[in-house]
Design a binder for this molecule. Sequence first.
Ligand code: CP
Ligand code: NVA
Length: 311
Amino acid sequence: MEQLPKDFLTLNDWSPETIIRALDLADRLKAELRAGTPHRLLEGQSLGMIFSKSSTRTRVSFEVGIAQLGGQGLYLSTSDIQLGRGETIPDTARTLGRFLDGIMIRTYAHQDVVELARWTPIPVINGLTDLLHPCQVLADLQTIREEFGRLQGLKLAYVGDGNNVANSLLIGCAKTGVDIRVATPSDYRPDPLIFEQARGIAAKNGSELLWTSDARAAMEGVDVVYTDTWVSMGQEAERAERMKVFLPYQVNRELWTLAGPDAIFLHCLPAYREMEVSEEIIEGPMSRVFDEAENRLHAQKAVMVMLMGRA
Ligand code: CP
Ligand code: NVA
């Protein structure tokens, strides 16, 4: 088995085989939890969870997940810890490394997470940055595979803002052979470097990757339709402008008619109804958003076991 990098900062840190191994482990942990079979694989270990942005799913799934693995989670809001008062990342990283077995962090600048990981000997897990949201996409891939029994050869349309979730989906789909079409307004494309990185990965794995400004073109015959908020955390001042620009990208009944007959709808949540998605789509029979939310727990437990497990 290949040696894993210490940290999980982007899905690009992992080979396609490692991603599939994580999904297999996530499925196993899910089945064991359902069966009531304990799996205390991280007995006595501690995970620090640094948050400088809000969270419902990430916070609760990591905290419950580490407890189910026999460890404990510590919620560390940057409004409480000294990092928020100017203690440096290198000092914080080295200090926490003396107490903890792993760190999950949600923050703004991706570079801050890279720096934290560089300065601490323990695994660092990216719980969302302005650039990427890899834990989300691992759970998304688990959800898609559960639905269709495979990943390779499926088609996914991401419609809306070219944000952190879109960037991670590009990498995750490219790694696992899912064709991905991203439809965003021209000024809100995914990160250009990530797009190029994903293009290279896709070429190796036989998947197709495409950007378009035409939401209808992206939707044609797809198996999975994905959207996310038009206003990500930190972009609140741009709200009025964004509401106008993104209107043609709303996933609604009219757009849905273009998707494949068995298409499912995914959204990382939190969702804003009648903005990026209409009520009838998110509440309709095609929606898998709460299975997707649940899979955050299982997928992240797999990540923790793979990075923190001493077996
Ligand atoms: N999808 C997601 O990361 O949700 P939270 O912001 O609630 O953690
Ligand atoms: N793109 C959203 C995802 C929230 C889970 C944000 O960054 O706010």
